[in-house]
Design a protein around this ligand. Sequence first.
Ligand SMILES: Nc1nc2c(c(=O)[nH]1)N[C@H]1C(S)=C(S)[C@@H](COP(=O)(O)O)O[C@H]1N2
Ligand SMILES: [Mo]
Length: 532
Amino acid sequence: MGEHEGVSSSSPGGTGTTGEPRDPGGARGPRGSRGFLALAGLVAGVAGIAVSHTVTMLLTIRATPLLAVAEAIIEVTPGSLAEGLIAVVGQYDKPLLIVGVSLCVLALSAWAGVLSARSRLLSMLVFLAMGAVAVAAVWTRPGSSVYDVLPVVAGTATWVVVLGALADRLTRLRRDHAPDEARRRFLVTAGVVAGAAVAVGLAGQFAGRTRRGVETARRLLRLPVSRGIVPPGAEVGVTGVAPWRTSNQEFYRIDTAIVVPTVDPTQWTLRIHGMVDNELVLTYRDLLDRQVTEAWVTLCCVSNEVGGDLIGNAWWSGVRVAGLLAEAGVRPGADAVLQTSQDGWNCGTPLEVLTDDRDALLAIAMNGEPLPVEHGFPVRMVVPGLYGYVSATKWLVDLEVTRFADVTAYWTERGWSPRGPVKTQSRIDVPRDGADVATGTRRVGGVAWAQHTGVERVEVRLDGQAWQQTELGRVPGVDTWVQWSAEVDLGPGPHTLAVRATDRSGYTQTAVERDVVPDGATGWHTVEFEAG
Ligand SMILES: Nc1nc2c(c(=O)[nH]1)N[C@H]1C(S)=C(S)[C@@H](COP(=O)(O)O)O[C@H]1N2
Ligand SMILES: [Mo]
């Protein structure tokens, strides 16, 4: 703790209630300082609750720490007692409990404020203890993750910082001003901080409501799309191989958005401009009025390491970009389209892949459902054959037809390649690296991809022996991954299995290992395992 004068210094053996005034010019006795410190604690308490609430809303975490504690209390309360209480308070059990928990938190915060006269450490311990209780409550909620603890961390940090700052301010005011002036100034400060805390809390509430509003709008949409049927034979039937269709739940998510953009479809517009003859501004309705195209497309992240899982395959429904660009009338000389998201993220996409015969889509649905908010609701781009960072803009609002030479974009400014065609790759899902498997004839399997070129064959190599052909699942086209499987004979002991794919251009994956920067990893995925 800092060596502050006056009220915030720790005094050995001092109780904070029996000493004389501790600050020069402090005619006010310890009673007065207690009252102010209690107020400081209270304001810190309010600020911490407000910040935790807002962080909960912004990160779209299910329950605020207060709600989690209330739920935990309900859970540990003996059934009969809980029923008795519910009989009295009816459906208001949770709201009442939250009010009760809040009052406890505020009382303890005020107490922590008073304690800070004796020791900053003691007051901090009160906050840390409350934080620990909240972490325990959050942690015991079903399906919770480390992420869900962030609001508690933010709230606890706010408690400690705000109390410390207010106590310091009080010390300084009492040193520099006459008692009445110090008192007046401190009350103003406390009022301003409390007001700011309430504003932060209300902003969070607003953000939460916006998100719920968009979620509701999304749920109520009835889109003219289908769910897509996984083609017979696409699954090779090896347990442990990634399902051919990646569910929306399981689909990897990569974006720079700390707070997921919430875009109301009734407010959404897409502007198509730049090197075009007729600038277009489309509404969501305009988009739905056009012909919907549906396709299986495997989307992959350039940051996917060899053997990584930043890849997924879905049935996308949307409107072909080529048609819209034709409508806008692309001028000669253009070779790129700069895509911009509602949150300002952008990327440059080669014009040719948006205008050739592939299904580059303004997607509105994923596996038959309106796009999940995290995956770009209401409209995103999906381009077969390109990594996401140069093509798959989520929350898309703007397309500017331009020249590569004239623009840079988010990731190209950070050292990644302006062009990002997906590299032919393959992955072993079974067995996992480090697995223990039974000896004998075993089926191994995985996935391989070469979007918009197509996978021709996949081979595996056991323990450095000859490459062996695998069987491929049946796929509807060249834009998706393909499952593969093979049988290998395993004697007891350690084994190494490598995989490589050859695409329909005749290219076989290079063994050269390259990092993901600047345009995607290369190398053969290899797993080591033990048979016994
Ligand atoms: N608005 C926006 N769109 C974005 C990104 C982003 O950061 N912001 N990331 C891109 C990258 S790098 C990838 S790999 C894909 C991932 O899409 P997904 O999260 O739906 O899997 O989105 C792309 N679209
Ligand atoms: Mo990515």
